[in-house]
Design a protein around this ligand. Structure first.
Ligand code: ADP
Length: 480
């Protein structure tokens, strides 16, 4: 099985969230299941070319392309993914990709990913490599299924290629003005008269992909159901319902080598389900690191998150005093929207010595929190899959989550399932529900036998990519 995997981010080169983790791990797991995989992503200015052995392919330099009314050119760079024979091709076009961040609000954001998509297909042509499946991810690659059936349909190389579009978050839809249609080189008639490219008077790359992809997937079974409802569909629910038969939810895995408490290089004391008492050393180390005084028998609450509306940080606001009146410490790592950053900084000042808000992106600290906290909070309004709750489970850090999307598929509430519970969850998106669930978790924390049972059940669960990769492989085969 030959798979071209197109993505706008991929760990360890560039990552802003869950897609980066998926793109770094799934191709590896597919390779281990016998697939030949080539990954394509833009060569952003921030990618450290030398650190990753990324080299320019001489024959693929300065390839001309006429796009968005401009004569552009791009080059192709190459490396292999660490730990697997997976080829990674980078589309280099400094004019578009040398900016501060991978995603921008610049007026040519549409062009940046039009170039990426066309250049990826052109690179496949130059490689003369015919993929069985082109696996697209999110709106940044949403037009690939359209191009395959229109502008590139003449090329017999793609004659047998099928497309899968994976949706990692329905909230990001790649919506642009009508003028983007001309830039894309696609037939304007596909947009006019409520055509497949049109979505509420905009050109949505995601909607286009949903209409044209041979199959669509999303990152958990519960999210696959939720996005077909008005409450969670972000306006796309009708479009998704129209493709219901071709839509499947496959839970993301986690990289069990990177996220392994028995081998984690970032943490102070490695441990397993059998040596759980070592976890306390990591808690001390974490607290020391963030200047919080360690107190025996006081649970540490942790958060690692993008600070976006989706993540439910606003639920904490009205109850933060109440939470901090419990015998707890609290460490938050996150960056994002100003309002949440301000709230967290203010909390740090109010609860000096017991509350730490580290605002920024810090991979090492995310490992220290995952290992050192006792309770990990994810009160998300919606959560397509969520990785942090799986990392936490594997580290014996008990998750408190809202029961939505992938959180509902991975965290079993101890209250409901005494024998199977691996964490705590609540249904209603409210501060009161979050508070009472935190309270419940803190109460159980003191019942050491029950608590360690909950921890162990989480640690022994299999969240490896192997299981998920097999499911993707089944989907690929169903396309043949
Ligand atoms: P999303 O994709 O919505 O951001 P996920 O839970 O699927 O959420 O993935 C988030 C990933 O990004 C996880 O690997 C998490 O550890 C990481 N992450 C998020 N914020 C930070 C941060 N401030 N510092 C380090 N890692 C972070």
């Amino acid at each position: 099985m030959k798979v071209a995997f197109l993505t706008s981010e991929c760990f360890p080169y560039v990552k802003t969230g869950g897609l980066g983790d998926v793109a770094g791990a799934l191709p590896k797991a597919l390779y281990q299941s016998g697939c030949e995989v080539k990954v394509f992503l833009p060569l952003y200015g921030g990618i450290k070319v030398q650190d990753h052995g990324i080299k320019r392919i001489d024959e693929f330099s300065n390839i001309s392309v006429h796009l968005a009314g401009k004569d552009l050119n791009f080059s192709v760079f190459h490396t292999t993914l660490p730990g697997a024979e997976v080829e990674v091709y980078f589309i280099d076009c400094p004019y578009y990709y040398h900016r501060n961040l991978p995603y921008t609000n610049d007026s040519d954001e549409d062009e940046r990913f039009l170039l990426f998509q066309n250049a990826s297909l052109m690179t496949l042509q130059r490689l003369k490599w015919a993929p069985d499946v082109i696996h697209c991810n999110d709106w940044q690659t949403g037009l690939i299924p359209v191009y395959l059936k229109t502008n590139y349909a003449w090329d017999r190389l793609f004659g047998e290629s099928r497309s899968l579009l994976s949706i990692h978050n329905i909230g990001y839809q790649g919506r642009f003005p009508e003028s983007t249609v001309a830039k894309s080189g696609l037939d304007r008639n596909l947009y006019l008269n409520a055509g497949p490219l049109e979505f509420h008077s905009t050109f949505s790359f995601l909607k286009s992909g949903i209409m044209y992809a041979d199959k669509i997937s999303t990152v958990s079974p519960t999210y696959a159901r939720e996005i077909q409802t008005e409450e969670y569909g972000a306006g796309m629910d009708g479009v998704l319902r129209s493709r219901s038969n071709d839509l499947i939810g496959i839970l993301n895995g986690i990289d069990i080598d990177l996220w392994n408490p028995a081998k984690d290089k970032f943490i102070k004391s490695q441990y397993t389900a059998e040596t759980l008492e070592m976890k306390e050393e990591n808690k001390k180390n974490l607290l020391e690191r963030v200047n919080i005084e360690y107190a025996e028998n006081q649970p540490v609450l942790g958060i690692v998150s993008r600070l976006a509306g989706q993540k439910g940080i606003n639920l904490l606001q009205p109850i933060i005093n109440h939470i901090m009146s419990l015998p707890v410490r609290f460490v938050v790592l996150g960056s994002g929207e100003e309002q949440y950053e301000q709230f967290l900084s203010a909390a740090e000042s109010s609860f000096e010595g017991r509350f730490c808000a580290y605002l920024g992106y810090n991979n090492e600290l995310s490992h220290l929190i995952t290992a050192g906290a006792d309770i990990f909070l994810m009160p998300s309004r919606y959560e397509p899959c969520g990785l942090n709750q799986m990392y936490s489970l594997r580290y014996g850090t008990v998750p408190v989550v809202r029961k939505t999307g992938g959180l509902a598929d991975t965290v079993m509430d101890y209250h409901e399932y005494y024998e199977k519970g691996n964490g705590f969850s609540f249904n209603e998106y409210s501060s009161a529900a979050l508070l009472s669930t935190i309270q419940r978790a803190v109460d159980i924390y003191y019942q050491k036998d029950i608590w360690s049972g909950i921890q162990r059940r989480g640690m022994l669960e299999d969240f490896s990519w192997k299981k998920s990769a097999e499911k993707y492989l089944d989907v690929y085969k169903s396309l043949m």
